[in-house]
Design a protein around this ligand. Sequence first.
Ligand SMILES: [Fe+2]
Ligand SMILES: [Fe+2]
Length: 199
Amino acid sequence: MIDADAFYKRARILLEQRLTEYRLLHSFSVADTAIAMAVHYDVNVDDARIAGLLHDWDKNLSDDELIARAQDFGIELLPRLEDMAALLHAQTGAVAVAREFPELPPQIIQAIRRHTSAAPDMSDLDMIIYIADMIEPLRSQGNLTSLRMLVGKIPLEMLFVKSFEMTMEHLIKRHRFIHPESLEVWNTYVARERGRLSI
Ligand SMILES: [Fe+2]
Ligand SMILES: [Fe+2]
């Protein structure tokens, strides 16, 4: 059992040395949004706060640094180099955070790892961090308002699917590479949705 307040203060100081001011404020904002969501959806608030704070631990590393780190950590590199950095920071960040803070429970590390690509079996904490990363108030895209208004009003999984749909739409509109795992996530959740509707 960790002292969440003491941990949070220590982690903040370390994070200030790693991130730009914008990224730091974003991280605080994701943590605050994750706390609010955890209250709505009955998830451990300390886990949500810490995962939110640390989710972008490696975000300000350069592409070369991320690739070197991934090789060092034994993480599989994607074939499309141009999109690699955006996805890699979650994977390298999860390993780096686990090494830096061995006292953290695995569910926090998992939520950090899954915050960009998601996974076919998202936990409630995973979904909260994924969504909070998108909807935190410093993000300015206008179409996020509809998602923000749904927090606490619809089931968490439904909110996650809507958020994921928005991400996929965004990638397709900009002709960006979609990771095969993301397609698997989409197909898995659509099948679950259909299964529920046919009951
Ligand atoms: Fe990120
Ligand atoms: Fe983020």
